[in-house]
Design a binder for this molecule. Structure first.
Ligand SMILES: Cc1cc2nc3c(=O)[nH]c(=O)nc-3n(C[C@H](O)[C@H](O)[C@H](O)COP(=O)(O)OP(=O)(O)OC[C@H]3O[C@@H](n4cnc5c(N)ncnc54)[C@H](O)[C@@H]3O)c2cc1C
Length: 418
């Protein structure tokens, strides 16, 4: 399909495609096997200016938008979803600063991120707080001109590799989801250390690690936005970055389709290439159709956001859900087309299937995305007052699992018109 990309966008696509082909493909199995962090590829991406694609020119970036980021993420993920994530997770860590940082914070933190000299990460999740983000236990106690941070963050992408972390911690537990605050914490700050590195099923080139804060003192100048805006910043950030997860899913699925088409032409059974069998042809046709539909959705959501849309939580969630579900289906079908060989590590499709799965889980599971879509739909229909009453009057909770409602309420608070 022709997406009418601009000259710059075509240049970004072709550059990333070339890096993927020449630099990433030859080493992806190594990084998958060892779980090492691909520093050498990060340097190549930095030199090509990939880290600055979404960053305004005044902070040293290219001045592009989400579509440029989606194109780059897709092309890199086509070769390796894990290596592409080193770049995508850094933009996840940078978005809260870009969206909510003061001019001083942006001038200080963004230029080295745009240049790829430093990496960023975003830290919300804890052992007991995944989908239910409002359950986080990390605290930041105000003490004079600084905050003292205590707690442990779990499964943080780029953890230990990044230099700049956006960290969400509770400044006032009594206020529930309005009691969280976002902080910028630099690697090397006293009281900030790294815990366990995870041994994962997929995206193994991407480092996932624990962050540990023990009486870690952070100057008040490192607060992003205002005290109490931690979850608002989180939700807004994810609205911008979920199309990136969707683009990663599209890229992984495209990589698997490329491999499946090539293999189907080359593999001979019953005296013919398996691509001549209608059963295989129909599978490939369905894979290609689903993939193109996913790409079309991701690009149009990215364009919608880039064009200055005010509200796009629903569209962003839809892109992530649709593309990640497609990626899991397409990569699984690719393994099927390879038959037993697909199950072996000599071929890349088993890795792609493992890599695809995470796109249904992180930055909010697909179940949570469906709740966000529902809540956004509710905004536009008449049930809103009733829904608000339902959540604000505890006696109306009878008959509904309370924990479900609390979790939904965490998201809802920032979505409902006031
Ligand atoms: C490889 C990896 C990298 C990650 N990187 C980061 C990172 O950089 N930063 C960060 O902060 N976090 C990160 N995460 C955490 C990730 O965002 C969470 O894993 C995710 O939000 C889900 O939380 P959970 O794993 O605790 O699942 P849970 O919340 O325990 O959910 C378990 C299951 O229950 C379902 N569920 C939960 N609540 C509901 C509900 N109300 N209705 C219906 N179903 C529900 C979920 O969909 C899921 O299927 C990462 C995770 C992984 C695995």
């Amino acid at each position: 399909m022709d997406y009418l990309l601009s000259e710059d966008q075509i240049m970004i696509r072709d550059t990333c495609r070339q890096i993927a082909q020449e630099k990433i493909k030859p080493v992806r199995a190594h990084y998958d096997e060892t779980g090492e962090f691909p520093r050498d590829i990060v340097k190549v991406l930095a030199q090509a200016g990939v880290f600055g694609l979404h960053i305004p020119e005044e902070y040293g970036g290219f001045g592009g938008g989400l579509l440029e980021m989606a194109i780059a993420t897709e092309e890199l993920s086509r070769a390796c979803g894990g290596i592409a994530l080193c770049f995508a997770a850094s933009s996840l860590g940078s978005f809260p600063i870009l969206l909510f940082g003061t001019e001083e914070q942006k001038q200080r933190y963004i230029p080295p991120l745009a240049a790829g000299e430093k990496l960023a990460a975003f830290a919300l999740t804890e052992a007991g707080a995944g989908s239910d983000a409002a359950a986080i236990q990390a605290t930041a106690r105000k003490d004079g001109d600084s905050y003292v941070l205590n707690g442990t963050k779990q499964w943080i992408t780029n953890g230990g590799e990044a230099e700049i972390y956006t960290v969400i911690a509770m400044t006032d537990k009594s206020k529930g989801s309005r009691g969280a605050t976002a902080f910028v914490v630099e690697k090397g700050t006293e009281g900030f250390s790294f815990g366990k590195k995870e041994n994962k099923m997929g995206i193994r080139a991407s480092t996932t690690r624990e962050l540990v804060f023990t009486d870690c003192r952070i100057p008040k100048e490192n607060v992003l936005g205002k005290e109490g805006q931690g979850f608002l910043i989180t939700m807004k950030t994810f609205d911008y970055t979920r199309p990136g997860v969707a683009a990663q899913a599209v890229g992984i699925a495209q990589g698997a389709l490329d491999e499946a088409v090539a293999y189907a032409h080359q593999r001979v059974q019953f005296g013919k290439p398996i691509s001549s069998f209608q059963g295989i042809q129909f599978m490939l046709a369905d894979m290609a159709t689903q993939l193109e539909a996913a790409r079309a959705l991701v690009y149009s959501v990215a364009r919608m956001i880039d064009s200055g849309a005010k509200s796009f939580s629903r569209e962003s969630a839809m892109a992530k859900v649709f593309a990640s579900d497609v990626a899991v289906r397409v990569t699984t079908d690719a393994v099927q087309i390879f038959g037993g060989y697909g199950y072996m590590k000599e071929y890349p499709v088993e890795k792609m299937m493992r890599d695809a799965k995470i796109t249904q889980i992180y930055e909010g599971t697909n179940q949570i995305q469906r709740q966000i879509m529902l809540l956004r739909c509710c905004r536009t229909i008449e049930v809103l007052p009733a829904l608000r009453a339902h959540f604000t009057h505890p006696f109306l909770w009878q008959g509904s699992p309370k924990s479900d409602l609390i979790s939904i309420w965490g998201h809802l608070q920032y979505l409902l018109p006031r």
